[in-house]
Ligand binder design. Structure first.
Ligand code: B12
Ligand code: SF4
Ligand code: SF4
Length: 225
C-alpha cells in the first residue's frame, strides 16, 4: 500500500505525460475541507494544473481525435483525472463544476500566490500564464509541500500595464466588466479574440510561459461565448 508521500509521486508521474503538474497541497482544519461523497470532510486537497502551455500538446492531440467533444478541456481533464483519483482513493473536484469550489483561495494557501489586478492569480515565474484543472481531495492528512516564497510581482510593478491596455476599459482594479469584454470579443475584429487578452499579454512577468497562439485562441473563444 502506498504511503502519503508515495501518493504525491504517483500523482506527479501519472500527470507528467499530459503536461499537468502537482501545483500544491492544502491542509484543512477539521471540518473545513470540502465534503466528501463517502462522508466527512477532506483533510487536504492536491491541486493539479498547467504552467504555461504545458497541457497544450497532449490536449490538442486528444482534441484532434475528438473534434465534437463538448467542453473539451474539462472533458479531457476529467477523462484523465477521474481514473487516477479512483486508483488512489481520492475524490476529484473540477474548477468549472457547480457548486464552484474555491480554487483560487486554495491556490493562495497552497502556493502562496496572490491575485493580480485582473483577478487571475499571479505566479512569480509563470506570471498570469497558468491555471487549475482539478483538486484531488483526501480524507487522510497529506504531506507538506513547500509554498513559493518571494515577493508579489504586482507590488513592484509601478506602471501596471494590465490596467490600461484593454481597448474597451473592461479591466479595472475594482472589477472585471465581462459584458463589455464579451461585446468587444463579439465584434471579432480586435486582436483579443485572435491573439489573446491584451490586458493579460501586457503583463511583463512570465513572458516565456505565455500560452501558444492556438491555446490563446481556444481560451478567448470560450470566454467570448
Ligand atoms: C466564474 C469564473 C469566471 C467568471 C468571473 C465571474 C466572477 N466575477 O467571479 C468569468 C467568466 C468572467 C471568468 C473569466 C476568466 N477566468 Co475565471 N473562473 C471562474 C470560476 C469558474 C468560478 C469563480 C468563483 O466564483 N469561485 C468560487 C469562489 C468561492 O472561489 P474563490 O477561490 O474564493 O474565488 C475567487 C474568484 O472568484 C476571484 N474572482 C473574483 N472576481 C474575479 C474575476 C475574474 C476574471 C477572475 C479570474 C477571478 C475573480 O476572487 C475570489 C476570491 O479569491 C473559477 C474556478 C473556481 N472554481 O474558482 C475560474 C477561474 C478563477 N478563472 C480563471 C481564468 C484563467 C479566467 C480567464 C483568464 C479565462 C480566459 N478565458 O481567458 C478569464 C479572465 C479574463 C480576464 N480578462 O482577466 C482561472 C484562474 C487561474 C489563476 N491563475 O488564477 C480559474 C481558477 C479557473 C481555472 N481552471 O484555473 N472566470
Ligand atoms: S502588469 Fe504589473 S500589476 Fe498587472 S498583473 Fe502584471 S505585474 Fe501585476
Ligand atoms: S479580452 Fe480584450 S476586451 Fe476582454 S478584458 Fe482582455 S483586453 Fe479587454
Amino acid at each position: 500500500m502506498s504511503g502519503p508521500r508515495d501518493i504525491l509521486t504517483v500523482i506527479r508521474a501519472a500527470l507528467a505525460p499530459h503536461g499537468l503538474f502537482l501545483r500544491g497541497v492544502v491542509h484543512f482544519d477539521e471540518g473545513d475541507g470540502p465534503e466528501l461523497k463517502k462522508g466527512g470532510c477532506a483533510a487536504g486537497v492536491v491541486l493539479l494544473g498547467n504552467a504555461g502551455g504545458s497541457l497544450w500538446p497532449a490536449f490538442s492531440a486528444w482534441r484532434a481525435n475528438n473534434p465534437d467533444a463538448a467542453d473539451p478541456l474539462d472533458t479531457w481533464s476529467k477523462l484523465l483525472i477521474r481514473p487516477l483519483a479512483e486508483s488512489i482513493g481520492a475524490q476529484a473536484f473540477f474548477p468549472s463544476d457547480p457548486p464552484w469550489q474555491p480554487f483560487q483561495q486554495w491556490a493562495m494557501r497552497a502556493e502562496g500566490l496572490r491575485a493580480s489586478p485582473l483577478g487571475i492569480l499571479i505566479h512569480p515565474a509563470y506570471g498570469l500564464w497558468h491555471g487549475y484543472r482539478a483538486a484531488l481531495a483526501f480524507a487522510e492528512p497529506l504531506p507538506q509541500v513547500p509554498a513559493i516564497s518571494g515577493a508579489h510581482p504586482c507590488d513592484t510593478c509601478l506602471e501596471k500595464p494590465c490596467l490600461t491596455t484593454c481597448p474597451v476599459g473592461a479591466v479595472s482594479a475594482a472589477r472585471f466588466d465581462i459584458a463589455a469584454c464579451r461585446r468587444h470579443l463579439a465584434t471579432g475584429q480586435a486582436g483579443c479574440l485572435a491573439s489573446g487578452c491584451l490586458a493579460r499579454t501586457a503583463c511583463p512577468v512570465g513572458v516565456d510561459y505565455r500560452y501558444p497562439a492556438a491555446q490563446l485562441r481556444f481560451h478567448m473563444a470560450a470566454l467570448g461565448l
